[in-house]
Design a protein around this ligand. Structure first.
Ligand SMILES: [Zn+2]
Length: 143
């Protein structure tokens, strides 16, 4: 799963969209399957993307929601596995690493990162223009 910020050339609005891979994005674009969420125009371009940053958070509220819905849990576990396989786990260094990715624009390190951050830290990152995704992380020990 990859999140791209897409921009409409027609109305100049941008929006986020998820794709299973960068290849899928290219395919959909080629087939003209992508259209603007606001004006339906097909002139969609991919904007320069902040590094793929996913932060995990063991949120009590999320846990309750997850318990209520096993399908959601399954989806989350699938995505969790994807993150584990494709992102580098930086643990508690998350905010440090996210900043260094953002400010150094380190092109060599294309791999996204994930790790732990508090709500306050995520807010601070967002204020600096560093985009993060908050993702509920669930313990899979019982499965
Ligand atoms: Zn548009």
């Amino acid at each position: 799963m990859i999140k791209y910020r897409l921009k409409c050339k027609n109305c100049e609005k941008s929006f986020d969209s998820w794709f299973s891979s960068s290849k899928e994005f290219e395919k959909l674009k080629k087939k003209n399957f992508l259209n603007c969420h606001f004006c339906n125009s097909k002139s969609i371009v991919k904007t320069l993307m902040a590094p793929n940053i996913v932060s995990s958070k063991n949120c009590f509220e999320n846990k309750i929601k997850i318990k209520k819905n096993n399908n959601i849990k399954k989806k989350i576990l699938e995505f969790q596995n994807f993150i584990k396989n494709n992102f580098e786990n930086v643990g508690d260094d998350f905010t440090y690493k996210a900043r260094s990715l953002h400010y150094n624009n380190n092109k060599k390190n294309k791999k996204g990162i994930y790790g732990n951050a508090s709500t306050k830290q995520i807010k601070e990152l967002n204020e600096e223009g560093i985009e993060t995704q908050i993702f509920p992380w669930i313990d899979n020990k019982n499965n």
